[in-house]
Design a protein around this ligand. Structure first.
Ligand code: PMP
Length: 407
C-alpha cells in the first residue's frame, strides 16, 4: 500500500493555499466545517452554467439532467452509509434540521407524558434542544447520561438509566468538543433490546471513518454535508424504512403530495413525503462531488494519517507546560480540546489567529459538557485529511508565542 500523499490531497483544496495575517494558513477548524475540494466547487459551477433547472417535474432536457444528477446523489449517499435503499436517505438542511424533523414528526406521535428521552452529557445543543422543546410540549423528560472524567459516556450509568420509561436514545457518534468516539453500536444494541428507538448524531463521525447504518443497527442516523467536504445547507436524515413510512409529514407543500383537493390531500411516498418545496439542488450536486472525492481516497490510509496526527498532537500537548487537555477519551477522532493555564480561551484563539492559525474557542455548542468539566469553554483544534505534522508544529509554536504574550 502506498503512503497517504497529503500534499496531493492539499493541492485539491484551493483555500488552503493562502496567507492569513501574514502567515500561511493553518486550518484546524474542520469540526466546524471542512474545506471543499476543487471538484465540489466545479460541480456547483457546472450545474449553474450547464443545467440549472427545477427537479422532478420538468418537461425539458435541462430538468431531466438536473433530476437525474440530483437523484444519483441520493443513491451515492445510500451506498456511502450502506443504506438498504436510496429512499431511506432524506435531504434536510443539515444535522440540526434532521433532528428537528425526527422530534416533530416521530416525536409528536411517539412521545407522551412521563416518557424519557435519553441523551448524553456531551451532546451538541442540536441534539438537546429539539428534545427539550418536544418534552415540554408532551410532559416528557430529557435525561442526560453522565460522563466519566475522561470524557467517555459512563456505560454503567447508561445501563442503569435504561428504564421502561425511556422511549428514545439520542447520542452522538463522535463528540464535537472532545473528539470522543462513543461505543454507539453497543449502546444501540442495549437500547433495542428494550424496544427503545435510537438516533445517532453522526455530524462529527462521517468525515473520519466509514459509516454502516445497518451494522450500527440504529433507527435514525443524521449528518451534515458541510462537515464532509460538501456545501452548507444540505444534510441527511437516514431512517429505517417502516419507521419513516409510518411517520407523518414534517412540512407541507409541493413535492410532498400525491393529490391535493379541498376535500383532502394525500401524501407522496418516501423520500418525497419529507421533502416539501424546491430542494437545495446545488447543495445535493456539490455533496455528490464530495462523496466522489472521498471515493478516490483509501480509508485505511486516511485513518492512519489522522491517527498519526492525533497521536502527534497528544504527544506535543503533554510536553507543553501549562496546557491541560480536556477529556482524554479511550478513542478520539478529529477534535481535541485544551486550556492554557491563566489564559482565556478567546485570547488564545485570537493570538493564534494573528499567526494564521484557525482554531475554535468557546463552548462549542455543548454548554452542559462545559459545565460537567467546570469550565466556560476550551480551545479546540480539529483535524481533517489535509492537515500535516507541520500544521501541528505551527500550532504548538503558536501556543509558545501566545504564552509569552499572556503569561
Ligand atoms: N451535532 C454535532 C455533533 C455537531 O458537531 C454539529 C455541528 N457543529 C451539529 C450537530 C449541528 O450540525 P449543523 O450545524 O450542520 O446542523
Amino acid at each position: 500500500v502506498m503512503d497517504f500523499d497529503v500534499n496531493a490531497v492539499r493541492a485539491q483544496f484551493p483555500i488552503l493555499n493562502q496567507m492569513v495575517n501574514g502567515s500561511p494558513l493553518v486550518y484546524l477548524d474542520s469540526a466546524a466545517t471542512t474545506q471543499k475540494p476543487q471538484s465540489v466547487i466545479d460541480a456547483i459551477t457546472d450545474y449553474y452554467t450547464g443545467y440549472n433547472s427545477n427537479v422532478h417535474r420538468g418537461a425539458h432536457a435541462l430538468a431531466d439532467k438536473a433530476t437525474i444528477a440530483f437523484e444519483a446523489v441520493r443513491q451515492k449517499v445510500a451506498a456511502f452509509i450502506n443504506s438498504p435503499a436510496p429512499e431511506q436517505v432524506l435531504w434536510t438542511r443539515g444535522t440540526t434540521e434532521s433532528i428537528n424533523l425526527v422530534a416533530h414528526s416521530w416525536g409528536d406521535s411517539h412521545i407522551g407524558e412521563g416518557d424519557v428521552i435519553l441523551v448524553s452529557e456531551l451532546e451538541h445543543h442540536a441534539n438537546i434542544v429539539p428534545w427539550q422543546i418536544l418534552a415540554q410540549k408532551k410532559g416528557a423528560k430529557v435525561v442526560p447520561i453522565p460522563l466519566t472524567d475522561a470524557g467517555d459516556i459512563d456505560q454503567q450509568a447508561f445501563t442503569a438509566l435504561l428504564t421502561d420509561k425511556v422511549k428514545l436514545l439520542a447520542v452522538s457518534h463522535v463528540s464535537n468538543a472532545l473528539g470522543s468516539v462513543n461505543p454507539v453500536k453497543a449502546m444501540v444494541a442495549q437500547a433495542k433490546e428494550k424496544g427503545i428507538t435510537t438516533l445517532l448524531d453522526g455530524a462529527q463521525a462521517v468525515a473520519h471513518f466509514p459509516i454502516d447504518v445497518q451494522a450500527l443497527g440504529c433507527d435514525f442516523y443524521v449528518f451534515s454535508g458541510h462537515k464532509l467536504f460538501g456545501p452548507t445547507g444540505i444534510g441527511v436524515l437516514w431512517g429505517q424504512k417502516e419507521l419513516l413510512a409510518s411517520m407523518p409529514p414534517y412540512q407541507g407543500g409541493g413535492e410532498m403530495i400525491e393529490t391535493v383537493s379541498f376535500e383532502g390531500t394525500t401524501f407522496n411516498g418516501l423520500p418525497f413525503k419529507f421533502e416539501a418545496g424546491t430542494p437545495h439542488i446545488e447543495g445535493v450536486i456539490g455533496f455528490g462531488a464530495a462523496i466522489d472525492f472521498l471515493a478516490t481516497l483509501n480509508h485505511e490510509q486516511v485513518a492512519a494519517h489522522e491517527a498519526d496526527l492525533m497521536a502527534y498532537i497528544i504527544e506535543q500537548a503533554k510536553a507543553c507546560t501549562g496546557l491541560t487537555l480536556i477529556g482524554q477519551a479511550a478513542h478520539q477522532a478529529g477534535a481535541f480540546s485544551f486550556l492554557l493555564e491563566g489564559a482565556h480561551p478567546a485570547d488564545v484563539g485570537m493570538l493564534l489567529d494573528q499567526q494564521g492559525i484557525a482554531v475554535r474557542t468557546g463552548h462549542h455548542c455543548a454548554q452542559p459538557l462545559m459545565s460537567r468539566f467546570n469550565i466556560p469553554g476550551t480551545v479546540r483544534a480539529s483535524l481533517s485529511i489535509y492537515n500535516t505534522r507541520d500544521d501541528i508544529d505551527r500550532l504548538f509554536a503558536g501556543l509558545e508565542k501566545a504564552k509569552q504574550f499572556l503569561l
